[in-house]
Write a protein that binds this ligand. Structure first.
Ligand code: IMP
Length: 436
């Protein structure tokens, strides 16, 4: 003990990168447990602005180790590139380690992701095209390639032989694409193995030993709870478990070792890709928010869909994750709006409902029941104390807190670390060691 989970509470892009970087100051270790380079975490600090896709957002703190756990799917070329870029910008990556059990995103996964999306036509999910779905499919189908396989020449050759037969049938017969050049792929993967070897460890052992010594471990979520493969807006979801349960399975830790579960909510809603979004706006307000907050995907550059805060989705997210704290980000983006709406329930087929429906067609039929609240003219941007917030902004925060059902312990008022209001500490400062 103790681990602290940080979960995207909506559809991803809530600003987890900043929150994890902020919390990592008091952490010994930051670990990623799910997803892959479909994630894009932005961190701005004294060294510059960074867009991380695989490397945990704690990498900027010298006291904190960064681990990529077994539940993550890892594109080796992209990881090596990200490491090189960080090093070139003066960031020390010598305390970064990756799990020998993590699955590898192979070039054919990326190719299949794109071919499958094209074949779905109007039913496309709007994936990031990074091969995430096909890699998780292969993991579950037990034909995946793992990081440890890249370090075992003989095993890799045997494994690729089996997998290539299957993939080639799919590529050539279903999609009419070129078959895999197995020899070339083998050589490329061996080369990645050589370059990655120094990072490869048993992360379970490192995390287990750290927790046994009472180290502080931040569990960095990716995507958001509403994109979780079990609990999200299926089939418009990612292929991994982005809720807190995914931290236990994706790292090999026990639920009781998690002291706090932090849900990161944006002060409004955004979503990239297809799928229901009940509070979506297609008007001037959405445009203003999108441009002001630069709501464009970190990974794909796609414009994000924008909507009001969805209290039904927020409460559902809190229920399936058991948040002990909430973090509210991007409050400043709403500065100057004359009024702000909040969805407090849905109307479905003429009835008021408070439950988040499971069926996408039913979700599409839901209409938001909105409450209008006055906006504020005095800016919240850059505020560092709760008393600096205008009364209307504070009212809005309280409203969201009651809809979420967990205390908002941190409010982010800008992209920089220091643009934060610590309402209550999520990770307490360390007590100074007692002297004799
Ligand atoms: P995939 O994870 O690339 O398979 O994409 C599945 C869905 O999840 C698509 O709607 C993506 O836009 C969405 N998605 C995946 N990763 C992220 C993320 O980090 N932020 C926001 N949306 C994401």
């Amino acid at each position: 003990m103790p681990a602290y989970g940080v979960i995207g509470a909506q559809w991803g892009d809530e600003g987890k990168g900043k929150v994890v970087d902020y919390l990592a100051e008091r952490a010994d270790m930051v670990v990623r447990f799910s997803g892959g380079n479909n994630a894009g975490h932005t961190v701005i600090n004294a060294k510059g602005e960074f867009k991380l896709h695989l490397v945990p957002s704690g990498v900027f703190w010298p006291q904190s180790m960064s681990l990529i756990g077994p539940g993550v799917v890892l594109d080796p070329g992209l990881l090596l590139h990200e490491i090189e870029e960080l090093e070139a910008q003066g960031v020390d990556t010598s305390r970064l380690f990756i799990s020998d059990r993590a699955h590898v995103v192979m070039p054919y996964h990326v190719q299949l992701d794109q071919l499958e999306e094209r074949a779905r036509g109007s039913a496309a999910i709007g994936t990031t095209g990074r091969g995430i779905g096909p890699t998780y499919m292969d993991k579950v189908a037990r034909v995946g390639i793992r990081v440890s396989d890249l370090l075992e020449e003989g095993y890799l050759a045997k494994r690729l032989d089996v997998v290539a037969k299957q993939k080639n049938a799919l590529l050539t017969k279903v999609y009419g694409a070129e078959p895999i050049d197995t020899g070339k792929l083998y050589a490329q993967m061996l080369e990645y193995g050589i370059r990655l070897r120094r990072y490869v460890v048993s992360t379970e052992t490192i995390i287990g030993e750290a927790l046994a010594k009472d180290a502080r471990v931040v569990l960095e979520g990716a995507q958001g709870a509403l994109l979780d493969v079990d609990h999200g807006t299926y089939p418009y979801v990612t292929s991994s478990s982005s809720t807190i349960g995914g931290a236990c399975t994706g790292l090999g830790i026990a639920p009781w070792q998690i002291k706090s579960i932090v849900g990161v909510y944006k002060a409004y809603s955004t979503r990239v890709g297809a799928g229901p979004m009940t509070t979506e706006l297609n008007d001037e307000v959405a445009h203003t928010i999108r441009e002001r907050a630069w709501e464009y995907g970190t990974t794909t550059g796609r414009p994000r869909r924008v909507g009001w805060f969805d209290g039904v989705a927020a409460r559902y997210s809190a229920m399936i994750n058991g948040y002990t704290s909430a973090v509210l980000t991007r409050l400043d983006v709403l500065d100057g709006l004359p009024s702000i709406k909040v969805c407090v329930a849905y109307k479905l087929d003429g009835k008021r409902v408070n439950q988040f429906p499971s069926n996408p067609d039913a979700m599409e039929r839901c209409k938001p029941i909105l409450e209008e609240m006055p906006g504020w003219t005095r800016p919240t941007a850059g505020a560092t104390k709760i008393k600096q917030l205008p009364a209307e902004a504070l009212n809005y925060v309280r409203k969201l807190e009651s809809l979420i059902g967990a205390p908002i312990d941190l409010i982010s008022t800008g992209p920089r670390r220091e643009e934060s209001i610590a309402v209550r500490p999520i990770i307490r400062p360390r007590r100074p060691a007692k002297s004799d």
